[in-house]
Design a protein around this ligand. Structure first.
Ligand code: FMN
Length: 203
């Protein structure tokens, strides 16, 4: 697919059907995420990928109380839960502090005040975005959702996720349901001039 078409078509899909996704396609979507740039090439991100019916059911069970899914209409909830693949994206700050303490960076004090923003979360977001785009390129739908803090302990316990990895968000992907409703967000899109400032802010 042309890159412009991928960009144009990309949107969050919340209604999937039960068709399985070819394992080769799943592998390509996941691999696309690993093409993400990362600060200092630290690559301090990780994915927990859940594909079996049992694992996915367990995931939705332990994250059920999160506000977002609890407030979704039943149809949306069921539509999201049918996504064939769940990839929980995680970041690991320790990897970055270790990497930047190396001689070519030299931040041996490991002082977090040196970081303008948490690059570990940014890099993981880039992984997620590449997966969202690759899913579109493969003819699939994809969704990024957050995970509410209160369910993270039960999520960790259910899947053995170590404490030094923070959940950044959840990428779901699969075949979009043919009758999936489409949101039209055009009227809510911010004016380009309010977002992009050429030469001087607001000029
Ligand atoms: C960091 C982040 C968190 C998001 N969390 C949720 C979420 O918890 N639930 C949800 O339904 N959508 C979530 N979204 C999707 C946004 O609502 C969506 O991207 C936005 O409305 C624009 O729609 P589009 O992506 O279809 O163009 C999230 C998106 C981002 C980037």
């Amino acid at each position: 697919m042309e890159f412009d078409d991928v960009l144009r078509r990309r949107r969050m899909v919340r209604h999937y059907d039960d068709r399985p996704v070819d394992p080769g396609v799943v592998a390509r979507v996941l691999a696309a995420g690993l093409r993400a740039p990362s600060a200092g090439f630290s690559q301090g991100y990780a994915l927990l990928v859940l594909e079996s019916v049992a694992d996915r059911a367990r995931f939705w069970e332990v994250t059920e109380t999160r506000q977002e899914t609890a407030s979704w209409p039943a149809e949306t909830k069921a539509g999201v839960m049918r996504a064939a693949v769940i990839a929980v994206t995680m970041s690991c700050k320790r990897v970055y502090l270790d990497r930047y303490a190396e001689p070519d960076k030299g931040w041996t004090d490991r002082d977090e005040a040196r970081w303008p923003v948490p690059f570990w979360h940014i890099d993981t977001g880039m992984v997620a975005l590449l997966m969202l785009l690759k899913a579109v390129d493969e003819g699939l739908g994809a969704l990024f959702i957050g995970m509410q803090p209160e369910v993270i302990p039960s999520f960790r316990a259910a899947f053995g996720v170590p404490e030094d990895h923070d959940v950044v968000g959840v990428v779901c992907f699969g075949h979009e349901a043919s009758a999936a409703p489409r949101r039209d967000l055009r009227s809510r899109r911010r004016e380009t001039a309010d977002v992009i400032h050429h030469g001087r802010w607001g000029a």
